[in-house]
Design a protein around this ligand. Structure first.
Ligand SMILES: *[C@@H]1O[C@H](CO)[C@@H](O)[C@H](O)[C@H]1NC(C)=O
Ligand SMILES: *[C@@H]1O[C@H](CO)[C@@H](O)[C@H](O)[C@H]1NC(C)=O
Ligand SMILES: *[C@@H]1O[C@H](CO)[C@@H](O)[C@H](O)[C@H]1NC(C)=O
Ligand SMILES: *[C@@H]1O[C@H](CO)[C@@H](O)[C@H](O)[C@H]1NC(C)=O
Ligand SMILES: *[C@@H]1O[C@H](CO)[C@@H](O)[C@H](O)[C@H]1NC(C)=O
Ligand SMILES: *[C@@H]1O[C@H](CO)[C@@H](O)[C@H](O)[C@H]1NC(C)=O
Ligand SMILES: *[C@@H]1O[C@H](CO)[C@@H](O)[C@H](O)[C@H]1NC(C)=O
Ligand SMILES: *[C@@H]1O[C@H](CO)[C@@H](O)[C@H](O)[C@H]1NC(C)=O
Ligand SMILES: *[C@@H]1O[C@H](CO)[C@@H](O)[C@H](O)[C@H]1NC(C)=O
Length: 588
């Protein structure tokens, strides 16, 4: 687990705040089953305006939209049993409600294998070609001046045809050589997406110190967040909805004899329907030039791993920040941002990245008033944005979870959430992580030690170790995760919270490890453990105020703040958040 931490962490920290619904725009999506995740018939997109001819809604209605309107803008049995687009499947079958049982707020009988109720599918069949004259399956064109310049060369690298396993989420990596016959700047990348239904993203990592890597080239292999083999510097990126990347003419990523000689793809495939036998051979075309630009570019990615999004909320806000003391440590001098974009998954509704200086906002980097996962906005800055050491880089994400029945946490699956900022900047060397960072009271270099602040931190969440197993059992057997505080739990949690591993920063560290655990079964266990450990927080807080439950009547407001009154003063207690939070930085 320790190594997972190293991947994610810088020093830093900020708060996850729960806010009340400011983004409560009501949409018809909630009135039909799976309305928020209806797929585009031929692109890796969600069709947002399900009843409209335009993917993002508005304008003319399609046949499903007309039928929906006739049905009084409600999901009626008749509408469900209709086959609006005439492709032989009822609207209910297309939207995951084949037996027409769904009502608003319920979980549809399935949420995978969906299709569009207003677009005849398969789109290119003889039957549908006639009906679908208004549907565009054309790929958007990639525009970038640099690719047409004389000196610009290109090379295309693709995965060999590779089978996509029947799993919701698969990560595959492949290491390959970059051109080594000269000294180049990489100035643009263009995506070649083979399987639009499965492709979620491609990240390109530049590789350093490659001489001892034993990973064979040009062969896809299973990987995790990082490809290994010395490949950890992001130099290119594609995600759903993007055609390619075109770098600012002032900078480029150095490749060739004086730069990266090798790179790795990391692709993320989505296969929520668990289909067997599908394949992919996507890749990228790299455009590079011997006519050097003024600066070497760097890229960085930062965000929040402490995501804890309760179900059925109109707006849950997460913050991730590298505050002044953080940028002072990681930056040698000013950097200039040329390019940025936001990344969340389906629950994301708003995201912005800002530069703050001396307590006030000086610049928006990104501002997605309405974030859309499948239609990301790429921000390019003709006048690059200056960031000085001492400035704060702050990302704010807002999630809407009214479509969920369970708490959503951080994770790489698209059914989990992310809050990530992706930025390209120059000069590359002005932003560099030192070997050690202070994370609150802990130096990240101490993570190598067995004991920090009296805590055997490598063992405490390893429930195959007897001492850890005993703590795990006593908490989970006596306390109800996210439930009512059980009497027998109070003493157990008081004692457990005295343990050096569950105090202060060590406690936060354990919680972050739990959140970033890759093995889903273990992660669930650990999340339950911490939820159980926190189940009496409110009662402990009451006790600390010298009050008891008996004469106190409390109500909980929608943002989780308990307001209690007694025969006497009224007081409020903020929710003790399961994850008090901090952000991570990853450098490229
Ligand atoms: C429809 O498109 C798919 C995928 O692009 C292709 O494999 C298939 O042959 C096409 N069918 C027709 C009838 O054109
Ligand atoms: C591109 O090449 C042509 C022919 O060699 C030359 O005339 C032209 O000046 C070049 N353009 C640039 C921008 O270098
Ligand atoms: C890539 O380079 C080749 C020459 O090596 C050229 O023929 C081709 O048009 C280039 N492709 C693009 C997309 O620019
Ligand atoms: C590769 O291995 C050799 C021999 O063990 C070692 O001297 C060298 O430092 C290693 N190179 C890197 C980049 O780790
Ligand atoms: C895929 O294959 C496995 C094993 O053969 C089978 O259990 C599973 O049901 C198949 N999934 C689908 C969606 O056909
Ligand atoms: C940031 O963007 C928002 C929305 O466009 C705007 O209201 C605000 O004034 C901008 N702030 C700055 C400092 O540019
Ligand atoms: C913040 O203000 C102080 C005092 O005015 C100044 O010295 C400092 O450079 C400012 N910080 C930044 C990042 O500009
Ligand atoms: C947990 O502890 C066991 C026994 O010491 C060890 O073999 C295993 O690698 C540990 N697991 C992790 C994830 O550290
Ligand atoms: C609860 O309040 C009532 C009336 O204010 C008082 O008579 C009683 O003693 C209180 N009970 C406790 C346990 O504090």
């Amino acid at each position: 687990m320790g190594s997972t931490l190293h991947r994610y962490l810088g020093n830093l920290a900020y708060v996850v705040v729960l806010l009340e619904g400011i983004w409560g725009y009501q949409m018809f999506q909630e009135i039909i089953p799976n309305g928020e995740i209806v797929p585009h018939p031929c692109k890796a997109n969600i069709w947002r305006g399900v009843g409209h001819k335009m993917v993002l809604g508005g304008g003319e209605r399609n046949q499903f939209g007309l039928d929906f309107s006739t049905a009084g803008k409600q999901w009626t049995k008749a509408l469900c049993q209709l086959d609006s687009d005439g492709d032989g499947k009822t609207n209910g079958e297309e939207l995951g409600d084949p037996h027409c049982l769904w009502t608003k707020g319920q979980s549809p009988s399935r949420s995978s294998g969906l299709s569009h109720p207003g677009v005849c599918e398969p789109v290119n069949s003889t039957l549908c070609e006639v009906k679908n004259f208004w549907v565009s399956c054309q790929k958007e064109e990639f525009k970038c001046d640099a690719i047409n310049q004389n000196e610009t060369k290109n090379v295309t690298v693709r995965f060999p045809v590779t089978e996509i396993p029947p799993k919701e989420t698969t990560y595959k990596c492949m290491i390959f050589d970059l051109p080594q016959d000269g000294d180049y700047h990489l100035v643009a990348t263009e995506a070649i997406i083979d399987n639009v239904n499965a492709m979620h993203h491609i990240i390109v990592y530049g590789c350093k110190n490659v001489e001892n890597s034993t990973i064979p080239l040009n062969e896809p292999y299973d990987c995790d967040m990082l490809p290994g083999g010395g490949c950890s510097d992001i130099i290119g990126l594609w995600q759903v909805g993007v055609t390619g990347e075109c770098h600012h003419e002032i900078s480029g990523f150095r490749i060739g004899v004086n730069g990266y000689k090798r790179a790795a793809f990391e692709v993320h495939w989505n296969n929520p329907a668990l289909l067997n036998g599908t394949t992919d051979s996507s890749g990228l075309t790299f455009y590079y030039t011997s006519k050097h630009r003024q600066y070497d570019a760097g890229a960085l990615l930062f965000g929040q791993v402490y995501l804890y999004i309760p179900p059925n909320e109109k707006a849950v806000t997460a913050l991730a920040a590298c505050p002044g003391d953080c940028t002072r440590k990681v930056m040698k001098d000013n950097i200039y941002i040329t390019f940025a974009f936001n990344h969340m998954h389906y629950l994301g509704i708003h995201q912005r990245i800002e530069v703050w200086r001396n307590g006030s906002k000086v610049q928006n980097v990104t501002f997605d008033e309405k974030y859309m996962y499948d239609n990301p906005v790429i921000y390019r800055f003709d006048n690059p944005i200056e960031v000085r050491p001492g400035d704060e880089l702050r990302t704010t994400c807002i999630f809407k979870s009214t479509s969920r029945y369970k708490t959503t946490t951080y994770g790489m699956d698209t059914s989990k959430e992310m809050c990530l900022a992706i930025i390209a900047y120059y000069p590359k060397d002005n932003f560099a992580l030192a070997t050690c960072h202070q994370w609150n009271s802990i130096s990240t270099c101490d993570w190598e030690k067995d004991v920090i602040q009296g805590c055997r931190h490598k063992d405490i969440l390893n429930i195959t170790i007897p001492e850890s197993a005993a703590i795990y059992r006593s908490v989970t057997e006596n306390c109800a995760p996210l439930g009512k505080c059980q009497k027998e739990c109070v003493g157990i949690v008081k004692e457990t919270k005295q343990h050096p591993c569950f105090q202060g920063d060590m406690d936060k560290l354990q919680r972050m490890k739990a959140v970033t655990t890759q093995d889903p079964a273990l992660k669930n266990k650990l999340m339950d453990f911490f939820a159980a450990l926190d189940s009496c927080n409110f009662e402990l807080a009451l006790e600390a105020k010298g009050l008891d439950d008996l004469n106190t009547s409390c109500t909980t407001s929608s943002d989780g703040i308990k307001v209690c009154s007694r025969a006497g003063p009224v007081f409020t207690i903020q929710p003790l958040l399961l994850f008090s939070s901090f952000a991570f930085l990853k450098f490229l």
